[in-house]
Design a protein around this ligand. Structure first.
Ligand SMILES: *[C@@H]1O[C@H](CO)[C@@H](O)[C@H](O)[C@H]1NC(C)=O
Ligand SMILES: *[C@@H]1O[C@H](CO)[C@@H](O)[C@H](O)[C@H]1NC(C)=O
Length: 247
């Protein structure tokens, strides 16, 4: 029997997990993170003054841990960024062909300023083609799920269905147009949801059954992160995962 060289073991370990935290702080910096990509996405930074960084803590294939530290002032009604994790695997399936879409998100504010204005949210993109970059002409619908919305901020549009129950939680459903796509936002109606283990299929089914979304639409992208407006915080995700299982 041969001894496996230590360099082979080291290579296998580095494929299995990222153990050294890596931090990004530029406007459009991104980092590969197992099945995900972590991005700063400071698309609204010119409406404020401040800074933000995102740190990849660990990634083990389908699970990821990261944190975002932010500090923003000015224009309290403007989003400064959407620091997020994009799944590189949960995409390209038509709603009518999804068997399940399990997700798990454990997060907490390690620090948060008085009167912080920010959401903690999923941003999910549907379109007519199997693939398409989020927030482009390829997008038909933007589905947000706000697990937190502090400081009086509101989603796009207006409340069209108050206090509905989906996946065991109560939500106010907001809807309205944005650019060339339609937005549906499920905003928590019962405070911060810091432990979220659900099947996203329940939200998708709600939309096809009640809001006229065609089952032929494809899930093009699933992003998860935070939209800061003003204040400062350290948002820590200890564990996140998402999958799209086809029929
Ligand atoms: C971010 O902004 C805060 C408040 O202005 C400041 O104290 C901090 O040093 C800044 N951090 C970085 C990395 O620039
Ligand atoms: C929201 O719905 C839940 C569950 O049906 C109910 O217990 C609660 O009282 C409702 N809240 C409001 C403000 O209507």
């Amino acid at each position: 029997m041969r001894l496996i060289s230590t360099s082979v073991i080291a290579a296998a370990l580095s494929l299995a997990s990222v153990s050294c935290a890596q931090t990004i702080n530029g406007q459009y910096d991104c980092l590969p993170a197992g099945d995900f990509t972590l991005c700063q996405n400071l698309w609204g930074e010119l409406s404020g003054v401040g800074n933000q960084s995102s740190t990849l803590i660990s990634s083990t294939g389908d699970a990821v841990s990261w944190s975002t530290t932010w500090n923003w002032a000015n224009n309290p009604n403007n989003v400064k960024s959407y620091a997020n994790i994009l799944s590189n695997t949960a995409k390209g399936v038509q709603l009518q062909n999804i068997a399940s879409a399990p997700t798990s998100w454990s997060w907490t504010y390690e620090t948060e300023s008085e009167g912080l204005r920010a959401d903690v949210s999923y941003d999910i993109w549907f379109g007519e083609a199997p693939s398409g970059v989020a927030a482009t002409s390829a997008s038909s619908y933007e589905i947000m799920i706000w697990l937190s919305g502090q400081g009086g901020i509101t989603p796009v549009g207006s409340v069209t269905k108050p206090n509905i129950t989906v996946a065991g939680f109560q939500w106010d459903l907001w809807s309205g147009p944005n650019a060339n796509w339609e937005v549906f936002s499920f905003k928590t109606a019962s405070g911060d949801i810091t432990e979220f283990n659900v099947d996203l299929q329940e939200f998708f089914t709600y939309l096809t059954q009640n809001e006229g979304v065609a089952a032929s639409q494809y899930v093009q992208a699933i992003q998860t992160g935070t939209e800061p407006f003003t204040g400062n915080a350290v948002l820590m995700t200890s564990s996140y995962s998402v999958a799209l299982n086809s029929l």
